[in-house]
Design a protein around this ligand. Structure first.
Ligand code: F6R
Length: 369
């Protein structure tokens, strides 16, 4: 049942093109109209929404962080993202016009479930993004969008993360559609691009062998830093989390712009630093800024491992290792940029002899607060 792989995680990484296709299946019409039936929230309800609050834990929280960039840009609705365990303890402001999106692969994380219950008590509408049919969080929510990724056995979330992102994009694009297409052309272009995502992930998977080789050389590193900007920042957070949980290594992610506010003091000779470079489309200013960050850390002797879109020659001179991913619209870049980081963490953990399906101290669903 591991499909010829030694670990479920390896199989689950490789099946991501299909998982992403399954999340999209039946939801995107040929004319770009989105159908999200099980959402059970009427368009009239969605037009009244004044604020969105996303709650989740761990990897699902990282999906939420990325969703914020997309939803605020496409829908112009203020959107907050919070780890579920903090949410109900700070007296958050919620009402009937608040849409709470609870993201949980298992649908059983106690922190997220308690936050959902709290939000409903405060009259907010709750929409779940979930992978496990009939689990508790979707049952207690007003509506649900299932990710349809199939069972994920490896404890570390991989295919469910990519499919959560797709679900978040679908919700953002759907909200933009029902609320009257502020950026109609851009929305339609992104919807068209979503259909290509399975193929783009396939292309990334076909080129990850150098990432495996690189990971094997780093098993003695004491720490790995990850930098990103815009949606590349949550991707960096996810890369660091994967490394901690699988390889039991210290890893930390920073928003690249924060580097000069402190973390640059950590940079020393041979320190591996992974940098997620935003795509150039529409955001060339950000792109240029991160290129200067890469120059700064390299000048201090760091070993730069750069993830950038194909054909981005500006980063090559400053990259000790360059990992190229297909060029896609900026907001969709996490779909392709995360995959090499999953492979990186998995391979590094295997090089250390760890069980990547069952990392120490972790459980697939965390049913205690
Ligand atoms: C990371 C991981 C955890 C989960 C977190 C939330 O690889 O698996 O961080 O993402 O425990 O779990 P769900 O999404 O089931 O609520």
């Amino acid at each position: 049942e591991k499909g010829g792989y030694d670990y479920f995680m390896l199989k689950e990484i490789v099946e991501q093109p299909k998982s992403v296709a399954d999340t999209l299946l039946g939801r995107v019409g040929v004319d770009g109209t989105l159908t999200l039936d099980e959402m059970r929230l009427a368009p009239s309800d969605l037009r009244d929404i004044e604020k969105i609050v996303i709650i989740a834990c761990g990897t699902s929280y990282h999906a939420g962080l990325i969703a914020k960039y997309a939803i605020e840009h496409w829908c112009r609705i203020p959107c907050e993202v919070e780890v579920a365990s903090e949410f109900r303890y700070r007296d958050p402001i919620l009402n009937r016009q608040t849409l709470v999106i609870a993201i949980s692969q298992s649908g059983e994380s106690m922190d997220t479930l308690m936050a959902v219950r709290y939000a409903r008590e405060q009259q907010a509408r709750v929409l779940a993004i979930c992978n496990v049919n009939g689990s508790t969080i979707p049952r207690e929510s007003d509506g649900v969008l299932y990710t349809h990724a199939g069972p994920e056995v490896g404890v570390a979330a991989t295919k469910t993360f990519l499919t959560q992102l797709i679900a978040c994009y679908l919700i953002g694009l759907y909200l933009a559609q029902v609320r009257g297409l502020k950026f109609g052309d851009e929305i339609n272009a992104v919807i068209a691009q979503l259909a290509n995502m399975p193929e783009q992930v396939e292309r990334v998977l076909a080129t990850v062998e150098p990432v495996r080789n690189l990971a094997r050389t780093l098993s003695d590193a004491s720490t790995v830093l990850f930098l990103g900007r815009h949606v590349g920042y949550p991707v960096a957070l996810e890369g660091a989390l994967k490394l901690k949980e699988l390889a039991y290594m210290h890893a930390e992610a920073f928003a690249a712009g924060e580097l000069k506010h402190g973390p640059i003091a950590l940079i020393e000779k041979d320190l591996p630093v992974v940098v997620v470079v935003p795509s150039r489309e529409g955001r060339s200013v950000l792109h240029d800024k991160i290129v200067s960050n890469i120059q700064e850390i390299r000048a201090r002797g760091a070993r730069t491992i750069v993830i950038a879109e194909e054909g981005d020659e500006t980063v090559r001179p400053f990259s000790d290792e360059l990992i190229e991913v297909p060029a896609v619209p900026t907001l969709l870049q996490p779909i392709v940029a995360t995959v090499p980081l999953q492979v990186f963490a998995c391979e590094l953990a295997l090089a250390k002899g760890n069980d990547v399906d069952q990392p120490r101290n972790l459980a697939k669903s965390v049913t205690v607060e």
